[in-house]
Write a protein that binds this ligand. Sequence first.
Ligand SMILES: [Zn+2]
Length: 298
Amino acid sequence: MEVITINKKENILDNLFNILSKDLHFNVSKLSKENFNQNWKVPEGFISIIGLENAKKPVFYFGLTDNYKEYSGFKKIKSVKGQNLIFFRIFYLFNRKDLLEKEKYVVANAFNGLLLAIKIDKDYFINRAIEVLTEHYEKDDFVKKAIEHVMEENMLEDIEEAIKYIANRDYNWLIGRIKYYAKTFQYSGEGYYLIPLKTNLEITPGLIVDKDNVIIDLENCQLFQHYLIYVDTKNNKIIYNKERLCTKKPALIDIKIDENTCPWCGAKLRIVKSKKGEFLGCPNYPKCLYRRFPKKVN
Ligand SMILES: [Zn+2]
């Protein structure tokens, strides 16, 4: 695993290519009609990464697109105890026709493949979740009951706080899983993942393909075993793994989770005595709503 610290913050993709070309001996160029004399029209936002090992042996030859639409929604589930449960999710939709056009270009220029770049942003995720849940609380009885259940069960003050709690819970759950599969534990989880469209000539496991779209569902974590580069925009780091060029399965790392540490923000948990009862809570309250309850003894 290689880690590189990003110096400038401005444009993260520009940064990525700067670093790849300067420090890693990658030759990077934006494709244009001028420098690639092909019949194919150059797709917008399509950038080449041409990798050279020791400035000699090409190892990396990919196109890149971040041309996607985001959409969000929630899953409704009835628990075995009959409780209403909801889980907020975000999806990234790449237009299938557009990708096919880009693939033609990839083939015509003897590239190895196409990388899909998605940006995972914590504030965006949480604000969107709050917006959607607040809207559905008013008009959807299932959602209303589910939010009320979360409020009761976690001793939260009110509906607003329960919605904020769900938004943070779901963000942290998804990011935790992605970090586990992508082996990027010590990094923020915020930033860009570059994921290959195809692995061994097959659509990469974890990508969902329907009639019009190629979809990234963050919950399909096996996808993140195949990522090539991760750009951490919070800690300004780039993590790449040359060994993981779609061939080897990563070995999972054993990690010990300290049970006194808040899994959402890293602070040391403390005992909180509230009007509603006692629990292990985060000292960063109300910014962080994480809490854990002792197992009930009957
Ligand atoms: Zn916390």
